[in-house]
Ligand binder design. Structure first.
Ligand code: SAH
Length: 239
């Protein structure tokens, strides 16, 4: 079982995606668990009391060094991560008496590019903490509190780390044993074409007959795989 710990100011943004289809089923079947921690719940007042009002629960502040936007304060995020991992320690292989393997991921557009290879390397962890930034990001001192890896989901800047977290959860989950109905559904492990077809064999649209490529009806598996490879090549680099 893999537990994903989400550190985010906007836990509600995950709901629709994580509660649909295969990812929902993986949770129902106990293959993964998703837990939420909101840094606002760890905010304190100036005299160290638990923050209650909206204003007290604010955890963003103006950046040192100037510039626009707001930066999320380090301490509420550190406390949220602490709550998530408890006595488990990030990076440590095995705790005394425990069997937790913890990895902390810090989402940043400047991080290491996420990929199938990275997803595979993360499968071995029992606890994956996903730290989602917002605004101008999170005070970098959180990286001094715990070992963590900067991960980017692609060469573009988003408004928050929530979509990146869902990408990472989705991509790891579908690779876990038992999640996809058929082991072979993991595309990367077989010859898969970006163009796929299903019944019926012929459809009519605006008076045109649209047919399934004949080769896919041939039953010749070697030839069909060859065709799939050429489709893959032809689609490379296209948007
Ligand atoms: N000023 C920051 C960008 C902040 S974007 C910078 O230049 O690096 C706000 C947050 O969204 C980030 O803290 C990060 O958590 C998330 N984010 C935005 N784009 C991302 C991407 N491509 N990959 C991963 N996380 C991203």
């Amino acid at each position: 079982m893999t537990t994903f710990h989400l550190i985010s100011l906007f836990p509600e943004s995950f709901e629709s995606y994580l509660n649909a289809s295969i990812i929902k089923r993986a949770q129902e079947r106990g293959l993964i668990t998703v837990k939420h921690y909101n840094p606002r719940d760890f905010a304190t007042t100036k005299d160290g009391k638990k923050a209650k009002t909206y204003a007290e629960r604010r955890v963003d502040n103006r950046p040192y060094g100037g510039g626009p936007g707001m930066v999320i304060e380090a301490l509420p995020v550190i406390k949220a991560i602490e709550k998530a991992i408890g006595k488990k320690r990030a990076g440590r292989r095995k705790e005394k008496g425990g069997k937790h393997k913890v990895k902390i991921i810090f989402f940043s557009p400047a991080g290491e590019q996420f990929s199938n290879v990275v997803a595979d390397s993360l499968k071995k962890y029992t606890d994956i903490v996903l730290v989602c930034g917002r605004y101008e990001g999170i005070d970098a001192r959180i990286k001094k509190a715990f070992p963590m890896e900067d991960v980017s989901v692609g060469p573009y800047v988003l408004t928050g780390g929530e979509l990146p977290a869902m990408i990472v959860i989705d991509s790891i989950t579908r690779r876990l044993p038992g999640v996809l109905g058929h082991g072979q559904s993991i595309e990367e492990l077989r010859v898969a074409s970006p163009d796929v077809y299903t019944r019926p064999e012929v459809i009519t649209y605006k008076n045109k007959k649209l047919r399934v490529p004949r080769i896919l009806l041939s039953g010749n598996h070697a030839k069909m795989d060859e065709w799939k490879v050429t489709r893959k090549e032809a689609n490379k680099g296209k948007m």
